[in-house]
Structure formats: structure tokens, C-alpha cells
Write a protein that binds this ligand. Structure first.
Ligand code: GLU
Length: 317
């Protein structure tokens, strides 16, 4: 059966070269096996979502030469494609979790958690939830004055999985802690929304940045609770700046929209990204579809690519 996958930009800002590289790999992996691609806009992170960013992300992807079978501009059976329009599905998932006592209402603020979480429990992603509200039952929510969030009881949830690209992965569950599935502003968390959507859209393959590896354990716990078959996961290395940190503004302007405005050709960008990932011997201008004959997961480098701003000058000439 052909795989089904998605491109899932978050319109919390402009898409940059790092996002582009991950999208390119996700697209190649699917198209090389005649897979189906859905474009989904992950716009539930309300305070951080920028009104212009969704449209710009779609333009960026098109400019790169990527395409999709369904998306906001090509409606099909999996519509709608904006997460903010899919809230009923998230609400009914929460209802199932509540009924099973798999979640509890949590009134802790960020600073409560930071203060209560002691140093040995500090996870990679900041302080781990110390369990303050976990003795509550779901029904206790009636007596609570909002705002409160809903947290998933991680319990003995999956501590290992096999990533199709990154290989076997393990975690110490105490490094993850009970995690939020519904935020105190009444919107679903990324963890819940992505699982509900990937399952509802029939997604069989997820290719994304390896910064999301820890999230995958949480998502697998949700798949397991709902008794849904999880997709195959491929976590790919990020693009980093010379300081070794994930590509960001401080590393220069690598926004695709800026490159486009500067008149840089998308083929040049794609060629460098493909070379950086291990698909070309030399960076040379190429369209994504012309990379399909070269495609093979075995060729993809496992190391992160360090972005060097001097490359931009080569692109400009
Ligand atoms: N929306 C996320 C991002 O833009 C991707 C999440 C996912 O692929 O699960 O980084």
C-alpha cells in the first residue's frame, strides 16, 4: 500500500531553511513510493500564531517545488486542514480520556512547576511536571475555578520505540512527566492534536525534525490509549547554526520568503539542501522531482547540517 504522509507547518513565524530541509525529505520519502501527501496547517498554538504565516508557508512550499494531494487549496476527503477548524475531534478525544480517568485537571502555573520540579527531574525540555495535581480525579474539575489544564497520566507508557531513520529510541519516563493534552485556555495541545489528526487523516508515515523525538513517546502513549495504530516515524537531523543551536534568527535571515524576495532560485536552495542531506555529491541546482531517482533513506546523513551564512553569497550570484 502506498504511504500517506503530511507536511505540517506551524504558522508561528516564517518557514526557514531548516523547515525546508525537513519538508523536502518528507516529500521525497512519500513521492518516491507514490505516496499521498496532505498539507495540514498546525495553527492551534494561538498566542504564537501569526496571521500571515499560513499563507506564506503554503507559498514557500510551492516555491520550493513541493506539491500535495490535499490541503487548504485542494480540498478533499480529509478537510478541514487548519487545526483550528478541527476542534470537535480534539474535544471528543478529551472526553474519552476524561471518562477513562486518563487525564486530571491541573491548576499549576509554569512557575509553580519550575519551583516544584527539583533539579534531578529537570528534563531536556525544561522542568518536568512534579505531579502536584495528579491525585485529582477528572470529576474534580467541576469544583475548580478555571483556568486549568488537562494532563495525561503517562504511567508506564512506552519508553522505547524504533525510529525508521534514527533507530532504536529509549527514554526514562520520569524525564517526560504527565503532559498537557488540553491547555488552560481551552485549546488542545500539540501532542493531542497531532495524534488525533494523523490518525483521522490515515497518516502512515511521519517525517519530522529530531527535536520532536521526546514528543514521540508522549504521542505513542496517546496512540496506545486510543488503541490506534501509530504511523512509522522518521526523525531527521536539524539544521543548526555555527554555535550548534537550532537554526534561528540569530544565525542570519534564512527565511524562505526572504530568499525568494532576493531573487534566489528555488532550485539552488533545493540543491544545497539535498547535498547537505547526502543526496547529491555536489550542491547543484535541481528540482525536488528530479531528486526522486536519487532518493534512498540509506543515503541520508545522520549528522546535523551546520549552516554557514557565507553560503548565502554563493546563492546570490
Ligand atoms: N508543526 C510542527 C512543525 O512545524 C511539526 C509537527 C509534527 O510534524 O509532528 O515543526
Amino acid at each position: 500500500m502506498s504511504p500517506i504522509g503530511r507536511l505540517a507547518p506551524s504558522p508561528t513565524g516564517a518557514q526557514h531553511l531548516g523547515n525546508a530541509r525537513t519538508f523536502l525529505l518528507a516529500w521525497l520519502s512519500l513521492r518516491a513510493r507514490s505516496g499521498k501527501i496532505i498539507l495540514r496547517i498546525e495553527d492551534i498554538d494561538s498566542p504564537r500564531v501569526k496571521p500571515w504565516a499560513a499563507e506564506q508557508a503554503v507559498e514557500d512550499l510551492r516555491w520550493l517545488g513541493l506539491d500535495w494531494d490535499e490541503g487548504p487549496d485542494r480540498p478533499g476527503p480529509q478537510a478541514p486542514y487548519f487545526q483550528t477548524q478541527r476542534s470537535d475531534a480534539y474535544a471528543s478525544a478529551l472526553e474519552r480520556l476524561r471518562r477513562a480517568e486518563q487525564v486530571f485537571p491541573c491548576t499549576c502555573t509554569r512557575s509553580d512547576i519550575a519551583t516544584a520540579a527539583s533539579a534531578p527531574h529537570a528534563g531536556q525540555e525544561g522542568p518536568v511536571y512534579p505531579g502536584t495535581c495528579s491525585s485529582r480525579r477528572a470529576g474534580d474539575a467541576i469544583d475548580l475555578r478555571p483556568p486549568f489544564a488537562w494532563r495525561f497520566r503517562l504511567g508506564q507508557g512506552p519508553a522505547a520505540f524504533h525510529d525508521r531513520f534514527a533507530g532504536p529510541q529509549t527514554v526514562r519516563l520520569e524525564q517526560l512527566g504527565d503532559f498537557v493534552v488540553y491547555k488552560s485556555n481551552g485549546t488542545p495541545s500539540y501532542q493531542l492534536a497531532v495524534v488525533v489528526d494523523d490518525w483521522a487523516m490515515g497518516v502512515t508515515e511521519v517525517v519530522r525534525g529530531d527535536d520532536l523525538l521526546p514528543s514521540t513517546f508522549r504521542q505513542l502513549a496517546l496512540y496506545s490509549f486510543f488503541n490506534w495504530q501509530p504511523p512509522d516515524f522518521y526523525h531527521v537531523p536539524l539544521v543548526v547554526g555555527e554555535d550548534g543551536r537550532r537554526l534561528a534568527k540569530r544565525h542570519g535571515d534564512t527565511r524562505l520568503a526572504t530568499l525568494r524576495r532576493q531573487g534566489i532560485r528555488p532550485e539552488v536552495v533545493v540543491g544545497w539542501l539535498a547535498w547537505s542531506a547526502g543526496l547529491l555529491e555536489q550542491p547543484q541546482p535541481i528540482r525536488p522531482r528530479d531528486l526522486l531517482p536519487e532518493w534512498n533513506w540509506n543515503r541520508i546523513h545522520r549528522r546535523r547540517w551546520t549552516w554557514n551564512p557565507a553560503i548565502l553569497n554563493k546563492w546570490k550570484c
